[in-house]
Structure formats: C-alpha cells, structure tokens
Design a protein around this ligand. Structure first.
Ligand SMILES: *Cc1c(COP(=O)(O)O)cnc(C)c1O
Length: 227
C-alpha cells in the first residue's frame, strides 16, 4: 500500500473510532482534505480513493488545481483579501473563512447568477487571539443575521482554528464554546441550512468530534508535513 492510501485509511479510521467513542452516527463527520502547497498528483490519488472535498488557502495555486479537477468539491479556507473575492466567488463551492461583513457582501455580489449560492461558514476567533482572524464570539450572531439576507450566499455554519493545545481535555474547551455558538446560530437562523461545524485538524480531531464537529480539516496527516 502506498503512503497516500495508508494515510487516508488511517485518518478515516481515526474519524470512525472517534464517532463510535462518543456514540455519534457512523459518517456523521465529513473529511475535508487540506491540499494547500501539495501537487495535483496527490489530489488525484486521494480522489481515486473516493475523497471528494478539498480545502485550499492560496488563490493562485487553487485556481490551477480547480481548473484541472472541476469535478471535485473545493473549499476556500485561507485569509481573504477584499480585492481577491471575485475569483473566489466565481470558482469555489464553499468559503469557510468569511471573517468580515464586507467580504460576505462582496462574495454575494460577485457570485455568478448561473451558479447556486455560495456555501459559506463564518470564521470565529474563538480563542480571541490578536494574531488570528474571525468574528469575535459576542458579535457573531448579529453579524450572521445581517449576512443571512445576502442573495448570493447561503450560511451553512461556523469554522474555527483554536489556540494550539496538546491535552485532550484542554482542546475540548474551545470546541465546546464553538458548539454553543453553533446551536445559537441554528436557533437564530433556523436549522434548515445550518448543518456544518468545521472544527478539528490533524492534532485535535478527536476532541473536535467529541464536541460535535461535523467536518474536520486535515492536511498534515493526509499529505505529510508542509515546507
Ligand atoms: C492548513 C490548515 C488546516 C490543516 O492543518 P493540519 O494541521 O495540516 O491538518 C486546517 N484548517 C485550516 C484553516 C488550515 O489553514
């Protein structure tokens, strides 16, 4: 078995066992394969094994990959400069890193009419770190309410990158806060479309799944270390 196949099976096994461990249904947690900096060949390998959804952070690189694999589902997960929203709105299926009202307004206005509304997640600065982007927890619901009326978007939920913690119980704290905000968002906007809580990466996916993650974003453990 080659490395990609082995890594893919290992990550899926970790997700399955985390689901089972907290009595969550099998396949209730989706896998987003974070392929930033990795070549198209590695994406093709994983796609051949059945992986559909890929996450990218860098616009130029991702445009080249999307042109080669328009059949896959592409999620933008990196920081967004407001002068780069147009190609993002035109080419991606999901944007998980919406962190300002202005960005949401531009994505909505620039989403082509012949495509379905862009799926978005609101990024939350859950550990309230100056170095990270995202809405502050106390402004989130008001902002989401305002964005809910934008016609080119559909708000699907929340994303966060909490402060790094190595201990399981400590990892759970920020994820639990995210789940509370997610429930509040569902109560405010209705449950119909709010179905995605994107939390958990290579080093903390078990803690995120224990706190209700519906999608983990995995780079390193699938593709190896990045340079
Ligand atoms: C790079 C990245 C990931 C993947 O992180 P790993 O630790 O390599 O699994 C997940 N989410 C976001 C937003 C990222 O930028």
């Amino acid at each position: 078995m080659n490395t990609s196949t082995q890594n893919y099976q290992d990550v899926l096994a970790r997700i399955n066992s985390a689901e089972a461990h907290c009595q969550r249904p099998h396949q209730s947690v989706k896998l987003l394969a974070v392929s930033k900096t990795k070549p198209i060949e590695m994406i093709n390998e994983l796609a051949a094994l059945g992986q559909k959804a890929f996450g990218e952070n860098y616009l130029q690189e991702s445009l080249e990959k999307m042109a080669q694999r328009p059949d896959l589902e592409w999620h933008f997960i990196g920081p967004i400069q407001s002068n780069k929203t147009k190609p993002i709105a035109e080419h991606f299926d999901w944007v998980e890193s919406v962190d300002r009202l202005k960005i949401a307004q531009r994505l909505s206005a620039q989403r082509p009419n012949n495509k379905p509304p862009l799926n978005i997640l609101l990024q939350v600065n859950i550990s309230q770190e100056a170095s990270k982007s995202g809405f502050m927890p106390n402004e989130l619901i008001a902002m989401a309410t305002e964005m809910a009326s934008l016609p080119g978007l559909v708000i699907r939920g929340l994303m966060a990158i909490p402060k790094v913690e190595t201990q399981f119980e400590r990892q759970r704290i920020a994820f639990r806060q995210m789940h509370q905000l997610f429930s509040q968002l569902q109560q405010t906007l209705g449950h119909a479309h709010i179905d995605t809580l994107s939390i958990g990466m290579s080093s903390d996916l078990e803690a995120a799944i224990a706190e209700g993650s519906t999608q983990v974003r995995i780079g390193t453990d699938l593709f190896g270390e990045r340079k």
